[in-house]
Design a protein around this ligand. Structure first.
Ligand code: TYD
Length: 207
């Protein structure tokens, strides 16, 4: 029962990495999941993003989707002893919404943490894909006609800085991944990290 999350700014290459890991890690049968989820709560989040709903309402929608995600996917899978791999998780809120809410309340990160406190399940390990924002924007340019409000250079710069601060605060949990490297190298690095973490957790559980 290990909870591993993948994080990074838009365009950092998470989607490609997840697709590769789904093939490569089939033998350990992880539960691959994501936030926003594909359930109705996740669709509500996407609608909120598309309609540029009030930022506090948006943050609460993301948190609601997280609660439903824990109840329906994460908690049951961990209870069965499965490895859970989530493409985005609570750190996405701490990084993105702390930036988006900056002008709406005095201490958005503290508010976001309090919002999650007492019921969220913290990840055991988090791989953070780090790519210079100009490169991420170039990648996004290729496949996005219209950009979501998060996908702006200035916003992503601040989100990336927020992610780095989170990683600095919890170095035992975060693994920084140089997303400028070749896709294959990135995949090998993350795959072996996940395998080590899963093996360590299995060894701990053995009587
Ligand atoms: P995602 O589905 O990962 O992006 P894409 O549509 O490119 O696959 O996430 C959608 C957007 O929502 C993305 O810009 C990141 C943002 N986001 C937050 O701001 N807070 C959150 O808690 C999550 C999960 C995502």
């Amino acid at each position: 029962m290990v909870l591993i999350t993948l994080e990074g700014i838009d365009g950092s290459g998470k989607t490609t990495l997840v697709t590769q890991l789904q093939h490569r890690l089939a033998d350990i049968e992880p539960v691959f999941t994501r936030e926003p989820t594909t359930a109705w709560t996740g669709r509500a989040v996407r609608r909120g993003i598309a309609e540029e709903v009030d930022p506090i309402a948006e943050a609460l929608l993301f948190a609601a989707d997280h609660a439903a995600h824990l109840a329906t996917v994460v908690r049951p899978a961990l209870a069965e002893g499965r490895t859970v791999l989530s493409d985005r998780y609570s750190d996405s809120r701490y990084a993105y919404q702390s930036v988006v809410l900056d002008r709406h309340m005095p201490e958005p990160l503290a508010w976001l943490r309090t919002l999650h406190d007492g019921w969220t399940i913290p990840p055991d390990q988090t791989f953070l894909l780090v790519l210079p924002v100009d490169q991420a924007m170039r990648r996004l340019g290729g496949n996005h006609g219209r950009r979501e409000h998060f996908e702006q250079t200035e916003v992503l710069e601040r989100v990336q800085a927020a992610y780095m601060a989170l990683a600095e605060a919890e170095p035992w949990r975060f693994v920084l991944v140089d997303a400028t490297k070749e896709k294959r190298e990135i995949r090998e690095f993350v795959e072996s990290g996940i395998r080590e973490t899963v093996a360590r957790s299995r060894a701990r559980r053995r009587p």
